[in-house]
Design a protein around this ligand. Structure first.
Ligand code: 8YV
Length: 320
């Protein structure tokens, strides 16, 4: 009998075929995220869990005595309670590398959109407002090219973003990171800065750090006050790296000029969240990696990790 795995997300055909050579697959087919109580029931006899963003904590682990691996279809793994997984001897994996370029593309799209007000002007044109005034200054945005970009968190995605900024847009790039990245400094001429000076000098501040206890609310009231009034804040990491109330206040009080956000404290975002009422905020529904090619590559990688552990081998992307 093949070992059983459960997936909370749909599998691309070729991935399903590959996993089914080694495993019996049970899957969630509902059109909303799987409710927790159903998940806990489904995993009671599985060896592997293939999922994205599902909270892996002690309660879940207790319900899955045979579980050997949780394969995340994401690079972030802040959904893992690492200590609990260690105690229960459950391996956790992620999907690095394959999404770097797509997330960097989306990040740059948010920068351009916020600066040139693309979503706002799109709404205006569709509502028949083009030409309502003779003064086209009302459509003006600000330049992205030849300005200063500040990247908080210089990992692989940060590097891909720095390359776009330097080579494509002639931007001056500052970065803040736990460790200096001399290779990126050398390759793209980016400069290391402490967090305070990055915030004070950047025209676009991009948050790319993983969510950890150290980065929870890394950017809050104090940090927004340090930014230029003309600055844009872009978040493509996790919603909890920012104090969202402080962000809303900074936008309302014009302490910063605008924001581009792919991630939120609560996802899906509540319809009454004030961020949705601000014209100087561009939002997307956590789609950094969401292209057909990249999501397929992520699925393939997550499946390789899953199958490796289920068949007694080492996975390529073990994080715990
Ligand atoms: C999402 C991401 O997790 O990889 C990450 O960490 O944030 C995204 O790729 C994706 O929506 C999950 O499939």
């Amino acid at each position: 009998m093949k070992p059983k795995i459960f997936t909370t997300v749909p599998l691309p055909e070729k991935v399903e075929k590959n996993i089914s050579e080694y495993c019996e697959i049970d899957k969630w087919t509902g059109d909303r995220s799987i409710p927790r109580h159903i998940l806990l029931e489904k995993i009671k006899d599985v060896v592997g869990l293939y999922s994205t963003g599902v909270g892996i904590d002690e309660e879940l682990l207790r319900h899955a005595p045979n579980l050997k691996i949780v394969s995340n279809v994401s690079v972030g793994y802040n959904n893992f309670d690492l200590e609990a997984m260690k105690r229960f001897n459950v391996i956790g994996t992620n999907t690095p590398y394959v999404l770097d370029e797509s997330v960097a593309d989306l990040t740059f799209a948010l920068i351009l959109n916020a600066a040139r007000r693309i979503s706002e002007l799109d709404r205006m044109v569709k509502e028949g407002q083009w030409g309502k005034s003779d003064d086209d200054k009302e459509y003006f945005g600000v330049d992205v090219n030849s300005t200063k970009l500040g990247i908080i968190g210089m990992g692989r995605i940060g590097k891909a973003l720095a390359r776009r900024a330097k080579l494509g847009f002639n931007m001056d790039v500052l970065y803040y990171n736990r460790n200096r990245k001399l290779d990126v400094e050398e390759e793209y001429g980016v400069k290391y800065a402490d967090l305070q000076s990055l915030l004070e000098h950047s025209d676009f501040v991009v948050l790319l750090t993983p969510l950890t206890p150290d980065t929870y609310h890394l950017i809050g009231e104090k940090e927004f006050k340090l930014m230029k009034k003309s600055a844009f804040f872009i978040n493509v990491s996790r919603g909890q790296t920012v104090d969202e109330q402080a962000l809303i206040s900074a936008l309302q009080n014009k302490e910063i000029k605008g924001a581009g956000l792919d991630v939120f404290t609560k996802e899906p975002i509540e319809p009454k969240n004030l961020l949705l009422q601000l014209n100087n905020v561009v939002v997307t529904p956590h789609i950094g990696s969401a292209t057909e090619r990249t999501r397929e590559d992520m699925a393939v990688r997550a499946a390789q990790n899953l199958v490796a552990v289920v068949t007694g081998k080492d996975p390529i992307d073990r994080v715990i």
